[in-house]
Design a protein. Structure first.
Length: 95
């Protein structure tokens, strides 16, 4: 299995970068649970402003207020953990 730090960005990150450019957004993207940074590096290379949280940051205390971000992205952060934690994290993301 390849080292995750040398893999390219997640395909969903690539699609979000394309959408970000097409929409002409300028607000940052929130990346929840950035992992080893493979998608973080792609956002930076595309000059997309980004606020990334670490995998161990609580999903229920995301930075920023409503309307701060153009979009949110998580390639794996919401796939792990107890159902109650994931529900609470998604509720926080919606706020």
């Amino acid at each position: 299995m390849p080292d995750p730090s040398t893999q390219g960005p997640h395909p969903l990150a690539e699609r979000l970068i394309e959408r970000y450019r097409a929409a002409g957004w300028d607000a940052p993207v929130l990346e929840v649970a950035a992992g080893p940074g493979r998608s973080t590096r792609a956002f930076a290379a595309a000059h997309v402003p980004l606020v990334a949280t670490r995998d161990d940051d609580p999903y229920t205390q995301l930075p920023g207020e409503r309307g701060t971000y153009a979009a949110a992205f998580s390639s794996h952060g919401y796939l792990h953990g107890a159902t109650a934690k994931v529900r609470a994290g998604l509720a926080e993301l919606r706020r």
